[in-house]
Design a protein around this ligand. Structure first.
Ligand code: SF4
Ligand code: SF4
Ligand code: SF4
Length: 279
């Protein structure tokens, strides 16, 4: 288990603990509400600008170890997230309705700041999504409510597109949404990969594993390798099969969906000695 499941999971993942998905209830606490609202009020216009600024930093400045610790702590107390495979995203999106908490569909601010692309890929919980709507800005159609089934279908379709699900807290352990992300747009994945800001995108609780008996190397064009956002798959031209490096894998599960031979499965990170402490 990651440190957040130990602290906030009550025996399950932190993001599947129903208590952490009742955002309406969490906002009755003025401190939590003010932190969440501050994140929302950064968007959408300001959020796009903030992301552009962070992207500029990520692209140009290496962080010192000391600054990274500060950034990780700040992220815990405000806004961060964890990569999750599709099945966990589906489970997350099924819980809020039990508390009559709605889901709002919102445009991706990261893609927006790269050439103004409009993609409806982010889903935020009520009342965070209402705060986003109030803040308005460059993304005019920022928010509409969708059913849990629609939200789940968006995640399924996103997985088919090769996008990665990311559950967002604000602050930890309160879930504010689920996004469907990809490189090179996603600022949190970039911050993690290029600058080591761990709490922007913690690795999932899983690691992918390829069954060499089922893998035929896709005839020399390994679809799993081409789909991996994290560069975790290697292909042996000699042996004509692919291998996952568990120390690099984020456990998103996107490669699974690309394998027609069903050669790829996800296993618990904690059962993989070299990866169990790598979050
Ligand atoms: S976190 Fe992902 S989906 Fe959300 S705004 Fe950024 S790239 Fe878009
Ligand atoms: S997609 Fe499947 S069959 Fe193709 S290289 Fe990857 S694991 Fe092997
Ligand atoms: S190897 Fe598969 S599960 Fe691991 S990061 Fe790459 S696409 Fe995701």
């Amino acid at each position: 288990m990651c440190q957040y499941c130990v602290a906030h999971g009550m025996g399950t993942r932190w993001y599947l603990n129903p208590k952490n998905l009742n955002l309406k209830k969490a906002w009755e606490d003025a401190d939590i509400r003010s932190i969440s609202e501050a994140i929302a009020l950064g968007g959408p216009k300001l959020l796009v600008e903030t992301i552009a600024t962070v992207n500029a930093l990520v692209d140009e400045l290496p962080y010192s170890e000391q600054n990274l610790e500060v950034l990780n702590k700040m992220s815990e107390q405000s806004n961060g997230g964890q990569i999750v495979p599709l099945e966990d995203a589906i489970n997350i999106l099924s819980i809020p309705q039990k508390f009559d908490v709605k889901i709002g569909l919102t445009y991706c601010a990261c893609r927006k700041q790269w050439g103004g692309q409009d993609k409806l890929s982010c889903m935020h919980l009520e009342p965070y999504c209402d705060a986003l709507k109030k803040s308005q800005g460059t993304l005019s159609k920022y928010d509409r409510y969708i059913t849990p089934d629609e939200a789940i279908e968006i995640c399924r379709e996103s997985t088919r597109e090769g996008l990665v699900q990311w559950v967002q807290w604000g602050p930890m352990p309160h879930v504010i949404g689920v996004c469907n992300c990809e490189l090179p747009y996603c600022v949190v994945i970039k911050s993690r990969l290029l600058s080591g800001v761990r709490n922007g995108a913690i690795k999932s609780h899983y690691v992918a594993q390829i069954d060499p008996k089922k893998c035929d190397g896709c005839g020399g064009s390994p679809q799993c390798l081409l789909a991996c956002n994290f560069g975790a798959i290697r292909f042996s031209r000699l042996e004509q099969y692919s291998v996952v490096d568990p120390t690099v894998c984020f456990g998103c599960g996107v490669c699974r969906d690309k394998c027609e031979n069903k050669a790829i499965g996800l296993i618990d990170r904690e059962n993989v000695a070299v990866a169990k402490d790598l979050w």
